[in-house]
Design a protein around this ligand. Structure first.
Ligand code: ZN
Length: 158
């Protein structure tokens, strides 16, 4: 398990070993194109949010060496399907071919506008940029509302 924490928002995101294992399959190593998907949780009641489920790219998504654009319609179908099974959509993930990724200007714009345009009761959306290295902790994780992106830090577990 790896926990990322935002001090400003007093919020923690917990990625289970299963989810990390699943994500690791998509690391952008070699000449692979960017890929991505969505993040879901089954519980929104505490300030520790468990990422319980992820989706991966569909055939209709646009994948480039530097860029990933999910198909809106297939994304919405997936969101609706998971919602019926008790999983809430809380953000997106995508890969970068970087050992310790940093968000592009477009990434930051996208997550803020996604927050504004989506219908939801959340106070934040999650953005995860999966690192190329096999240490998941080097990934970029942030919480965004319509205006501000709060970068999270790995919480050291005792
Ligand atoms: Zn990006």
């Amino acid at each position: 398990m790896v926990v990322f924490r935002s001090e400003e928002l007093d919020l923690e995101l917990s990625f289970s070993d299963n989810v990390i294992h699943e994500l690791q399959k998509y690391r952008q190593t070699g000449a692979k194109l960017e890929t991505g998907g969505m993040l879901f949780t089954s519980s929104l009641v505490s300030n520790v949010v468990d990422i319980d489920l992820i989706s991966s790219a569909s055939d209709l998504d646009v994948r480039k060496r530097f860029g990933f654009i999910p198909n809106k319609r297939t994304a919405q179908t997936m969101i609706d399907k998971n919602y019926k099974n008790g999983f809430y959509y809380i953000g997106d993930w995508h890969t970068h071919p970087e050992l310790s990724p940093s968000p592009s200007t477009q990434d930051l714009k996208t997550i803020k506008s996604l927050f504004r345009k989506s219908k939801h009761d959340l106070t934040f959306f999650v953005i995860l940029i999966l690192c190329q290295s096999n240490s998941f902790k080097n990934s970029y994780v942030a919480l965004a509302d319509g205006r501000i992106v709060h970068k999270c830090k790995v919480k050291t577990l005792l």
